[in-house]
Structure formats: C-alpha cells, structure tokens
Design a protein around this ligand. Structure first.
Ligand SMILES: O=C(O)C(=O)C[C@]1(C(=O)O)C=C[C@@H](O)C=C1
Length: 366
C-alpha cells in the first residue's frame, strides 16, 4: 500500500526556515553555561536556523549520563530568548511532549530507539492530538523502511502536518568507518514512495566521529536532502555524551562554509537539452539490459529442464566461479567496480537459481 502523508514543507512552519535547514547544538544539555555558550556561538553562523539539545538521553547501558531532564528545558528556553533561534528536543513519551510544550519548544523529534517501537510512537502521537507543532521522525535503528513510514503515518494521523524525517544511519554488527551505516538506498526509497516528506540528514550519528562529518554532509546535499542536524559543543572533549562526534561551533561554521549547496535542477537550457539527450541514451541502454536479462533467464530455464531430465543439481559452483572470474576481468577492464559487479552477478545468479527451482518444482507437481 502506497503511503499518503499530508505534510507542510519546512519553509511554511512559521519558524523562518528555508528549503534547506541546518540544526545544531549539543548532543546533551549539560549545564546552563554550556547550553548558552554553545547557542551563542552557533547563532553566529547565519546558516544555523534551529538550536538542538538532548534533554532525556536513551543510553544502551544503565548508570551512564541519561540527560538532565526538565531543568535543561529552562536553559534552552533562555537560549532561545537570547539568540532568537527556535529550539528542537527529542521526545520519547507523552510526559516529554507535555514538558516540551510547557517550555515552548518549537520542534520535537522522535529518536531512532523510539521509532522502532510502535507503542511508544503511538503514545507520542496521542499526546500530540490537537496540537500544532512540527515533528521530525528519525529512522529506526534497524534498516526497516516500513517501520519508519509507519511512525511518520502515526504522527501524521494525529493531525501533525508539519512533519519531516531524519536520516541518522542504521546500527550494524559490521565494523566499518561509520558508527551507523548510512544505507542511502533507504532514504532514497522513502523519497520515492513519500515525495511529500522532506528529509534531513544527521551526519553526526552516521559518522560517530567528527572527521567524517563534512564528507557525509556533502553526500546528503548531493542526495537532495533538505538539511543537516550536526551536534556541536563548546568543549567537545569534555562532553558527557558522544564526545567524539561533536564539533566546536567555530568548526561547524567552517564546515558549513565549505559545503557546496546543490539544487535538484537547473534552468540552463544547454544543461537541460544535454541531460535529455543523455537520459534517452540511458533509456535505450536499460531497455537492452532488460531484454538481455530476459533472454538470459530463458536460457537458464532451458538449462534447468535439461538438468531436471538428467537429475543434475541446479547449483554448479565451478561454472559459477568461472563466470565470476571471467566477468570480473571484463568489468575491471571497463572500469566497473568489483563491489558493484559482485552484487550484480550475485542477484543474477540468485534469480537464475530461482527460475531453475521453479522448473524443477513444476515437474514435481505433475
Ligand atoms: O551453467 C549452469 O549450469 C547454469 O545453470 C547457469 C548458471 C547461471 O545462471 O549462469 C546458473 C546456476 C549455476 O550455479 C551456474 C550457472
């Protein structure tokens, strides 16, 4: 079922936001001075439009810093009054929503550990009924697009139309350069099935370390995302949570200045006609690829019939190994990446095996 969300773009949230929004501030509010000083410094960049801070922190293990609670909202309110920046806070239950409303929080967000639980999301949605406040929903920690869409739908069905999504990456056992693997294909698919939802990227949580933040931020822009949420702290080294991924406000300013802002299209007629030409070439090539794949699968079925009639196994590992080595050599000569080619060959083989399994089963059913 194609989801249908009724949303208002961020530029119409009456918070002075544009089509591209930068949100910044500490991972956690720790004390009044830290909140105010960070807010003052990030406000110096005219690119930062919203101040964020964690008030309640969901932590993996008990006995670690779990946020300062209600008092942090007082500090944030003060920072808002002083800098004029709207404030954004994560909520995980109905009581959090109630307290945020009491302190005039401007934007709420649902965190990744909450999005995974429909009971919690529904509790938040119920607490929001009849209230006009913008809400952002982070992706669930596991790469489950339906769960992400489901959470957006629950909030939307409570009457919240000032709605956006946040891409913060996905938890994985694999050790790689990222704290949370980006899996860009998920937000891309969200854009495809819910074009009405704007997506902000959270490079801090994807990276897990400040050095990778510029790279991910640029990638998010190139993926046509609508903003960035980047954690900043006046003294990241002594931060009580996520010390490695926070940047100093001054670093944030440089980072933002160095990003190339790109737009989804261009009015340049030369660009447009060249793009049309190249796109029609791609259309033709894709048609050829699909036709060849259709022919290949037909041959695979025929092989399946011979195998069936001669009681031969579907999987022929030696032949498959020979194909991989041979195709990878060709791909390399053509400048195609090994990872791409391995993935492509694997899904072709999988489909070929599925088709031959069907052929075998058809015979069994007779
Ligand atoms: O060569 C075969 O025996 C096939 O069935 C074809 C094919 C393929 O799709 O290329 C499929 C399954 C085998 O594991 C090896 C190769």
């Amino acid at each position: 079922m194609q989801p249908k969300l009724k949303t208002v773009p961020m530029r119409d949230w009456n918070l002075g936001l544009d089509d591209f929004v930068v949100i910044s501030g500490p991972c956690s509010a720790e004390n009044e001075e830290q909140v105010l000083n960070t807010a003052r410094d990030v406000a110096k960049s005219d690119k930062v439009k919203v101040l964020r801070a964690g008030i309640w922190k969901p932590r993996t293990r008990p006995n670690s810093f779990e946020g300062v609670g209600e008092i942090g909202l007082k500090w944030l309110k003060k920072a808002k009054e002083e800098t004029g920046l709207p404030i954004a806070v994560e909520v995980a239950n109905a009581q959090h929503v109630e307290l945020c409303l009491k302190y005039d929080v401007d934007i709420l967000w649902v965190g990744a550990r909450t999005t995974v639980n429909p009971f919690s999301v529904q509790e938040i949605a119920d607490a929001l009924k009849g209230i006009d406040i913008p809400v952002m929903v982070k992706n669930p920690i596991n790469p489950d697009l339906q769960l992400w869409i489901g959470a957006l739908e629950r909030i939307n069905q409570a009457g919240i139309t000032k709605l956006a999504a946040i891409h913060r990456g996905f938890s994985s056992f694999e050790k790689g350069p990222f704290r949370n693997i980006p899996k860009w294909e998920l937000p891309i698919e969200l854009m495809r099935v819910c074009p009405e939802i704007e997506i902000i990227c959270d490079p801090s949580h994807i990276a897990g370390n400040r050095d990778l933040i510029p790279f991910i931020s640029q990638k998010a822009i190139d993926m046509d995302m609508h903003g960035l949420m980047i954690e900043s702290h006046i003294q990241p080294k002594i931060a009580l949570s996520d010390a490695k991924q926070q940047v100093k406000p001054a670093q944030l300013v440089t980072l933002l200045d160095e990003l190339t802002i790109r737009k989804p299209s261009s009015q340049n007629p030369e660009f447009k006609s060249l793009l049309d030409e190249l796109r029609s070439e791609i259309d033709e090539i894709d048609e050829g690829i699909i036709q060849s794949l259709g022919t290949r699968m037909g041959i695979s079925e025929k092989i399946g019939e011979y195998k069936r009639d001669n009681d031969v196994t579907i999987l022929q590992v030696n032949r498959w190994d020979e194909i991989i080595r041979n195709r990878l050599n060709l791909a390399k000569a053509l400048g195609l990446s090994e990872t791409f080619m391995n993935k492509l060959l694997a899904i072709i083989h999988e489909e070929s095996i599925r088709r031959q399994t069907d052929v075998m089963n058809r015979e069994l059913a007779k």
